[in-house]
Design a protein around this ligand. Structure first.
Ligand SMILES: NC(=O)c1ccc[n+]([C@@H]2O[C@H](COP(=O)([O-])OP(=O)(O)OC[C@H]3O[C@@H](n4cnc5c(N)ncnc54)[C@H](OP(=O)(O)O)[C@@H]3O)[C@@H](O)[C@H]2O)c1
Length: 194
């Protein structure tokens, strides 16, 4: 694949891992579309893909990466441990299943999808993450953040083209004022599974 002009800045994580600041999310992309959409994202210039075991499309993300022809060191793959995989052994097993579905030798970033304090297992889950990192199976570990998602080629490209403008303080204030303290999704303090 020809190398597009990738303008996404990197952010340094602990351990001198560089994460592309803009990633491409594949939540709610059906598995049968994910290989092609992931390939389109790479062609648009994204180098960071955000999947999760709960999205049920990790295998197709791996296939999209291989179809791109990009080097493993040139892409950043994030996946996540879901709520009912918390626990020391369960989290390790879940990680290895994700690694197998992606068909990769290591994951760049492994995240706790939701901390689920009602289960009170996130500390032992985190301990297993640390050990996976020490084994070299994952480069960086953390808790979730959000990336833009689209299955529409022109939107995939449009969403990548965001580094040529700045928001003013007043525009940022207007955006912050939209937060009315309301939710459209479940409360992370209590959510376990849909
Ligand atoms: N940690 C978590 O619990 C969590 C939760 C939610 C999301 N995430 C991550 O964040 C990613 C994004 O979140 P999200 O699914 O809420 O997606 P989103 O980016 O907020 O919105 C996706 C929707 O917006 C449309 N869209 C995308 N670009 C557009 C554009 N330029 N113009 C008009 N419409 C556009 C998409 O339509 P088309 O696809 O039809 O183009 C899709 O319907 C996910 O893929 C996932 O990786 C994580």
């Amino acid at each position: 694949m020809a190398s597009p002009d990738t303008t996404v800045p990197n952010i340094s994580l602990i351990g001198d891992v560089q994460i592309p600041q803009l990633g491409f999310g594949v939540f709610q992309i059906p598995p049968e579309e994910t290989t092609e959409v992931t390939l389109q994202a790479f062609q648009a210039g994204y180098r960071h893909i955000d999947t999760a075991s709960a999205y049920q499309n990790e295998a197709q993300v791996g296939q999209g990466f291989r179809a791109s022809g990009l080097d493993r060191d040139d892409v950043f793959i994030t996946t996540k441990c879901f709520n009912d995989d918390h626990g020391y052994n369960q989290a390790k097993d879940a990680f290895k299943e994700s690694l197998g579905r992606l068909d990769l030798e290591f994951i760049d970033l492994y995240l706790i999808h939701w901390p689920v304090p009602s289960q009170d297992k996130y500390v032992e889950t985190w301990q297993s993450f640390i050990e996976l990192q020490q084994e070299g199976l994952v480069r960086s570990i953390g808790v979730c953040v959000v990336f833009p998602k689209s299955v529409t080629p022109e939107r995939i490209a449009e969403n990548f083209d965001i580094f040529d403008f700045h928001l003013t303080d007043s525009e940022m204030d207007s955006i912050q004022a939209l937060d009315a303290g309301e939710r459209i999704g479940p409360d992370p303090d209590t959510f376990v599974r849909p």
